[in-house]
Design a protein around this ligand. Structure first.
Ligand SMILES: [Zn+2]
Length: 107
């Protein structure tokens, strides 16, 4: 995972068009929100940041596939319990992916 970086400079750090997972933070220390993109991580981070919850920093990691982005999102969701994610990461429609974390009801 890379970061934390300022959300005002997403394009300076997320330079590849790639699937991946990200974390948003208001203080650069606590993970407040986790998310992923199946196709374009930078675009997703920017649109997510505009939702107005006061995020200022982000971390990210590229993945080699949308499925791996989902796995990473799940792992971070369990690890950091981000307060702005009210629900477990959703499985995309049309897939049969399961959460990789043992003991999770979604696994
Ligand atoms: Zn899970």
């Amino acid at each position: 995972m890379k970061g934390p970086y300022p959300l005002s400079k997403v394009d300076s750090y997320v330079t590849r068009t790639s699937p991946g997972a990200y974390i948003l933070s208001r203080d650069g220390k606590v993970a407040h929100y986790v998310g992923r993109s199946n196709t374009d991580l930078a675009q997703r981070i920017k649109s997510s940041a505009q939702e107005g919850l006061g995020y200022k920093y982000f971390w990210f990691e590229y993945t080699t596939s949308p499925m791996r982005a989902y796995y990473l999102e799940c792992e971070w969701w369990h690890k950091y319990a981000p307060v702005d994610n009210t629900n477990h990461p959703a499985v995309p429609p049309g897939t049969y992916w399961r959460c990789p974390v043992p003991g999770c009801p979604w696994s």
